[in-house]
Design a protein around this ligand. Sequence first.
Ligand SMILES: NC(=O)c1ccc[n+]([C@@H]2O[C@H](COP(=O)([O-])OP(=O)(O)OC[C@H]3O[C@@H](n4cnc5c(N)ncnc54)[C@H](OP(=O)(O)O)[C@@H]3O)[C@@H](O)[C@H]2O)c1
Length: 292
Amino acid sequence: MATLIDGKAIAKLIESETLDDISRLRNAHGIAPGLAVVLVGNDPASKVYVGMKGKTSLRLGMTSVTETRPADVEENELLALVTQLNHEPTIHGILVQLPLPKHIDTHKIIDTIDPKKDVDGLHPQNIGLLCAGRPRFIPCTPYGVVELLIRSKVSPRGKEVVVLGRSNLVGRPVANLLSSKTKYGDATVTVCHSRSSSLPEICRRADILISAIGQKKYVTADYIKPGAVVIDVGIHRLSEEEGGGLCGDVDFQSVAEVASMITPVPGGVGPMTIAMLMRNTVDAALRSVSGF
Ligand SMILES: NC(=O)c1ccc[n+]([C@@H]2O[C@H](COP(=O)([O-])OP(=O)(O)OC[C@H]3O[C@@H](n4cnc5c(N)ncnc54)[C@H](OP(=O)(O)O)[C@@H]3O)[C@@H](O)[C@H]2O)c1
């Protein structure tokens, strides 16, 4: 039976390191790192995520601003809001909760965020830096995934890694990091997507399998090489008939019989995403006092 990778415990550890830097900023520079989150519309899941981000920043003694706008907000108003936050000196990090309503050009909004405040790491400048192997802000979920591995003493170096999913938010950046010439990298990485064929066969090559496909319990034991490490990024709400609660992309019960280590859902990647957002915001504040 696989050992659990405890995302909650590792996130707590990262939070405590982040807290040390927050104290340093307060004592040496008299500033509190500030995070602004922009929420458009009424999507219940987005509301929960934004609420958790705000609560965590306040708990760590950071400044937290949540800007909510109705679903029919005009694109120009949103662009003006982001520009205003770019110029607000008490705000070090800006995150626009995705997805945005269809009438808004998401690229335009992301491109307007000051890259030095782009704590979600989605601005093209930050994606470029990540691809060039000198990351400024690593997108929070991929950052959480690689920290989970490193802190669980699973080095990706020389390993075969298979990443399921190629989204800009998770699959691509995590594959990039794992193949980079950094402490998070040096792996041989294969990226799979909805057009990939022979998925189970490719996945069975993986020493480390990372699933970010958004398909409930899709990855079963036949995808897993015995002894592999499995990181489940997916989050899905189960219906009453399915027993309620949350599950991931991975069929936990069957996969845990074959893998050596596995992340649970909830309690795996989820808490890490928030911890890394706080880390990125504090890093933005640290860079602001050192003149970037
Ligand atoms: N834990 C967290 O904090 C956190 C954060 C972000 C996301 N998530 C979760 O992670 C999952 C993925 O998120 P995302 O934003 O990356 O999703 P996304 O934008 O929908 O991307 C999904 C990717 O998976 C691929 N895919 C879909 N079905 C597939 C299949 N049957 N076989 C192989 N590949 C398949 C898609 O391929 P194509 O490119 O060909 O369409 C796409 O590249 C979701 O469940 C999301 O809720 C969790």
